[in-house]
Structure formats: C-alpha cells, structure tokens
Design a protein around this ligand. Structure first.
Ligand SMILES: [Zn+2]
Ligand SMILES: [Zn+2]
Length: 200
C-alpha cells in the first residue's frame, strides 16, 4: 500500500469523493424522487446509482492506494563517475548520452538505479514506475503497471454514473415537456368549453 502526502493530490481526491457523492444524491433524491418513476422503477434506479457510486469509490481507493509498480531502490548506488568528463577549465560535466535501444534497461540518475524497459521517473512520487502512464492528481498516485486496471475501472464507473444521470435528466425533461404541453391543450379546451356554455 502507498499513500502520497501531496496536499494538492489529497484535496483533489476529496473533491472526487464529494462530486461522486453529490451525483448519487442528486440522482436518487432529486431526479428519481420528484420524477415520474414509481415503486419498483424508482428502487431499481436508486440501486443502480448506488452501485455505480460504490464501485467508483472502491476502484478509486484501489487505484490510489495500490503500488503503481515502483522500481525497487538499490542499497548500492551506481557509480556515475565514468559519465562525467573534464572540461578545459577542470570542471566535471555530464556526458551527453545516446538514447537507449528499445527494450533495454536504462539508468535513472535521480534514483540511482537500473530500471526495466518502459519505466519512467515520476517527479511527484520521486520514484521510477514500471510502464508509467502518467501521474494523476485526481487519484493522488501514479498510473502504472499495477494500478492501471483500477484506474481504468474508476474512469469507466464514474463515466457510467455521469451518463446515467444525463440520460435520466433528459428523459425527465422530455416527459415534463410533453405533460405540460398536454396540460396546456386540456386547459385551452376547458376554457373554450366554459366560454361556450356561458354564451349559450
Ligand atoms: Zn527514478
Ligand atoms: Zn507519480
């Protein structure tokens, strides 16, 4: 388990939880409660919303707290003295390195370790991560080899929750528009009928 103590990352994660909670609350207590759904339909709608919310939170927690695939640090540091060349003034300067061939292990000068292919150093985490995709502030962690699956699932479930809310709101809006149109037609008919009765 890992936990990054980055204040911005922690605040972003809390924002994600608040937004997800608000989305679930709005669907259940506003869209479904005051909509046209009744009985079993409303219960099923609320259950689906709660499930998507719960799965989003679980996947977010797994993506945040799972080791993304940090390359282990070595107790023995690498000697980089051969990488330094003396300039004319006597100062040591880093040699320009050729990019490594694809599939070869590389060296991280910050961690002072050899790292496997497709590993990259994350400045936020201060570590090298295997198959690093990016550092995500919304999960306060790197997305790498070991937590990519949870990150993808988190994005998928939270996306479904948004889509579900959008579909429900659209259906409610269309339904209410049709109902109000029908009501206004009925009112007009009643009004004209009343007038006719008064005239007769
Ligand atoms: Zn590194
Ligand atoms: Zn990172």
């Amino acid at each position: 388990m890992v936990f990054n103590r980055d204040p911005l990352g922690i605040a972003s994660s809390v924002c994600v939880y608040i937004l997800l909670l608000f989305g679930d609350y709005a669907i259940v207590y506003h869209v479904l409660e005051y909509g046209q759904h009744e009985g079993l339909g409303r219960s099923f709608g609320a259950l689906l919303s709660h499930c998507l919310f719960a799965m989003s939170i679980v996947c977010h927690l797994r993506a945040s707290l799972t080791d993304p695939g940090y390359v282990p640090l070595s107790k023995t540091k690498i000697d980089f003295s051969s990488d330094l060349e003396k300039t004319e003034s006597g100062q040591k300067k880093k040699k320009k390195r050729e990019p490594p061939p694809i599939g070869e292990w590389t060296v991280c000068h910050r961690c002072e370790i050899y790292r496997p292919p497709r590993s990259h150093h994350c400045r936020k985490c201060g570590r090298c991560v295997r198959r690093m995709d990016h550092h995500c502030p919304w999960i306060n962690n790197c997305v790498g080899e070991l937590n990519l699956k949870y990150f993808f699932l988190f994005v998928m479930y939270s996306g479904f929750l948004c889509l579900y809310a959008a579909v429900l709101i659209t259906v409610e809006w269309l339904w209410n528009r049709e109902e109000s149109a029908q009501d206004s037609t009925t009112d007009k008919y009643i009004h004209s009928h009343d007038c006719h009765v008064v005239v007769v």
